[in-house]
Design a protein around this ligand. Structure first.
Ligand SMILES: [Fe+2]
Ligand SMILES: [Fe+2]
Length: 267
């Protein structure tokens, strides 16, 4: 059994400090095996915001895996944006642009989808696809394989025109071949989940997608601040959205899935 805490879109610079403290409290109670941070650690990629994000990460007791988001690239400083877009992220957060966590049950690969050439959309390159294939192929096939990206692979059901990560089809084809079972993303500040296969009709195998809301920022989209707790146990996956209720993070929604020959089934 493995417990993953999936937090996203912290947006330091637009954070609500007391909610950040509440999140650290909740994480210390939930004791995840791994914390996944799916990008947008800062609001404007300023040094002070990265310093605050770094201090937050330093207070997480569990191992964590982090990828950048579009907000972690400077918006207004065009030279900085084009010449060294993620230099502050690399300096304060991590220089590892291909993070990879694995243990006896879990293999988690992170991919950087943030690009300086677009304001908010993201993309996966061919070399990143080759790399994630090699990472997943390097571990035993029975491990539960998870991809982490900032930009989404599946739109919310009420807004199917939502822009997805660039090269989504090619990436999904590779992820299917690698045995990837779950994709964790953010960016939209909306918490939802579902099988990617019914939307991407070309897919032959089911991959579950879980999107996290903004964990601690005031950039809410008509939803409370929230994060995902995911428990993987054999063929069963329990997804719990833990949302801020004004005082603490508490269970807001739960969904149980089972992996069958037909793919992920809601139970
Ligand atoms: Fe965001
Ligand atoms: Fe974003």
């Amino acid at each position: 059994m493995r417990r993953i805490a999936h937090i996203s879109d912290l947006h330091f610079g637009a954070e609500e400090r007391h909610i950040g403290e509440g999140l650290l409290d909740d994480l210390s109670r939930q004791l995840p095996h791994l914390v996944v941070v799916s990008g947008d650690l800062t609001q404007r990629a300023r040094s002070s915001q990265f310093i605050a994000a770094r201090a937050f990460l330093d207070r997480i007791a569990a191992p964590y895996l982090v990828v950048p988001g579009n907000h972690d690239i400077p918006l207004y400083n065009v030279l900085h944006r084009l010449m060294r877009p993620l230099s502050r992220y690399r300096h304060y957060i991590t220089a590892d642009m291909h993070p990879f966590y694995h243990d006896g049950e879990l293999a988690v690969v992170g991919v950087n989808t943030a690009r300086s050439s677009t304001l908010k959309e993201g993309r996966i390159s061919h070399s990143q696809i080759d790399r994630l294939r090699a990472q997943f192929d390097s571990v035993p096939s029975h491990l539960f394989k998870v991809l982490v990206s900032h930009h989404p692979f599946l739109p919310p059901s009420h807004s199917t025109e939502t822009a997805l990560v660039g090269r989504v089809r090619l990436a999904l084809k590779t992820l299917e071949a690698c045995g990837c079972a779950l994709i964790l993303s953010g960016h939209l500040h909306l918490a939802y989940s579902g099988d990617a296969k019914p939307f991407h009709l070309e897919m032959k195998r089911s991959i579950l997608v879980a999107q996290a809301g903004t964990a601690i920022s005031h950039r809410r989209r008509d939803e409370p601040n929230a994060y995902n707790q995911i428990v993987v146990d054999g063929d069963r996956l329990d997804l719990e959205v833990r949302a801020w209720d004004g005082k603490q993070f508490a269970t807001a929604k739960t969904k149980q899935f089972r992996r069958s020959d037909e793919g992920w089934i809601v139970v």
